[in-house]
Ligand binder design. Sequence first.
Ligand SMILES: Nc1nc2c(ncn2[C@@H]2O[C@H](COP(=O)(O)OP(=O)(O)OP(=O)(O)O)[C@@H](O)[C@H]2O)c(=O)[nH]1
Ligand SMILES: [Mg+2]
Length: 221
Amino acid sequence: MTEIKVLQKVLASNDALAQSHRKIFDQNNVTAINIMSAPGSGKTSLLEKTIEKIKNNKKIFVIEGDIKGNLDAMRLLKKGADCIQINTQGQCHLDGFMLSQALPKIDLSKVELLFIENVGNLVCPAEFDLGTHYNVMMLSTPEGSDKPVKYPLMFSKADLLLVNKIDLLPYVQFDFDNLEKSLKKLKPKLKLIKISCKTGEGIEEWVDWVLGEIGKRRNRR
Ligand SMILES: Nc1nc2c(ncn2[C@@H]2O[C@H](COP(=O)(O)OP(=O)(O)OP(=O)(O)O)[C@@H](O)[C@H]2O)c(=O)[nH]1
Ligand SMILES: [Mg+2]
């Protein structure tokens, strides 16, 4: 069917751009992390906390993806991060073409750690490789623990799963056993960190993971 061929072509050209972006990141010794989740899970809150913790040790840059507006970019600029906002003008995900317009505006030789906050959506962002070294997926407790069964692609593409808003556990129904059972079927080795961007619980472990992965990549070069 024609529609399927079109989608295949779009994804193939996106993959080619992703490869070339990965090369650019590698040439500049940049570790790039794509953060994906449903709207409102806490991606920007996580970046605010992360910037607070490591902006004095690591040169961080953030690409913010939103359908419209620059609210998230403004929040991160306030925290002292270098940041640019991509507006997708209705598209529910970032893609390689959008990144190819943003990357020339960044002096990557001055960046060690590039975070990309994808558009809040549990479906399409997982289909479009951005050439990042890691995909970090965030699930927040009010969303429920059944999401890996319902949105498997996003979870299967993740290198790390952050379960955010654990401060809300007394008030929402979230079953960690159920989550772990479905992850075992889908991606048994997926690392999971429980965090709260409100209380700060688990943020240290997340930051250690980020710094650890930067170290591993440096040692491989
Ligand atoms: N209770 C609680 N609230 C949180 C936590 N993390 C974030 N929030 C709140 O959740 C709401 C959404 O947080 P954001 O960081 O804007 O979420 P986001 O994923 O960046 O949202 P989009 O960019 O719109 O997809 C805000 O009101 C935050 O204050 C948390 O750990 N606990
Ligand atoms: Mg956000």
